[in-house]
Design a binder for this molecule. Sequence first.
Ligand SMILES: N[C@@H](CCC(=O)N[C@@H](CS)C(=O)NCC(=O)O)C(=O)O
Length: 464
Amino acid sequence: MQLNNMIRTLMGGGGGNGGGGGIAVSAERLEDAAPSWEALAAKLDTASTDDERAFRQDLESGRAARACSLASQRLFDLPDGEAPRLTLFRDTAAWCPYCEKVWLVLEEKRVPYEVKKVNMNCYGDKPAWFWAIQPSGGIPVAKLDGQVIRESNDIIMAVEEAFPDRNAAGTPTRLGDPRVRPLLSLERELFSAWFRWLTSSASEGAQRANFEALLRRVDGELAASGGPYFLGADLSLVDCMFAPFLERMAASLPYYKALTLRRNDGWPRIEQWRPSYRHVQSDFYTHIGRCQSVPEAEEFAAEIDGSDGSWSLPLPEDDGSLLQPLQGLGAGADAARREAAERLLHNHEAIGRFAARGLSAPGVPPASQPLCSPPRPLFTAGRGDEQAFRPWRRSCPTRTPRPPRRRCRSWMRCCGTQRTPCSTARATRARRRSRPTRCLAASSHAPLPRASATCATASRCRET
Ligand SMILES: N[C@@H](CCC(=O)N[C@@H](CS)C(=O)NCC(=O)O)C(=O)O
């Protein structure tokens, strides 16, 4: 309905020419025989279980039994009316692994927290209020008792100090354990080896050997602790720090490099360890830009994509043999369908707007994430006509107005969180000023041609 109304408005009734060279669709040909959203909601309600019906309410109450990336607060046993001491600023889509490790710690320790979400650069802008508390734009950020903390490890350490006795498993704080720091260094070493290998095709063999050697070291550490966790019988901060990255390694390496982490005899303890964290699980399909495949991985990629026929919809039950585990299907395919229907119904207005983006030209600046490029305003205005952009910007699901002085990412690369531009950033900005077309990453709401065709600096900045 919503979509059809939008299309009708675009095609004729709405005062405007439909913007940026939209597709010519005749309104007469669109037969709206779809049931209304209300009818679909009623149908879903009838088919749902009591727990499913209570999903949104539980989520909003902050007291749902399970963690969920859609939650905006988690109260655990906080008395009614008391506000959590901590706010976590994380990414809207729950892709960021650094946010995930903080999330995992909070959930494991059952520390009450509020969540505020911002977009990642690859799929949208951040609001001005966020830039005000985090000049680099980086996530995660936390506010604990009014103090802003801007690094994931610092947040975790601060949480440990502020809530030393809160641990679901009843384990004591292990910050003083001499094994912690070397293990955290090993985690960063493994991360760097993985990311370098995944995003380059140089020295394939050496990079693979290096990564595998590090993985064996990780496995050795788990063996030495007596397992199943890094510090022994109980989950600790070290596990929370490894989890988001080992998860992403397990997801990406079969697909791009033909290396499986699951069910691999080379590192049996990692296999025993992986399912051991209970409360949060990232999106298994988290995107990492610019990954480089090896030819041997084609077979794995085809199996994961299902393009070789190894699976088709509806998804099969996961008997443990799938390359990528299917989570949450324990309740069966019908429950999964109802869950999908609930999310669609809940978010249908934004989905309708997003689906209609093809009627417009790419947004400025375009987001780098596939399918995420937001459209420019549906009713095109003259260049620089800020007023005309406002209605769309308010309603677009993926875009929010930029703050007045958005920084070029080359600034962040060279200066980290510095507030004033360093000489490299100043030089970049001076170069940009002398260009005939503006660097799109620098700031502008005005419609310009596609960035890739106009400004090499801009695309470099965007992809950082
Ligand atoms: N050192 C930082 C690194 C965090 C980091 O790299 N975050 C990425 C997301 S995964 C980020 O802030 N990206 C900016 C963005 O995408 O908006 C930390 O541990 O907190």
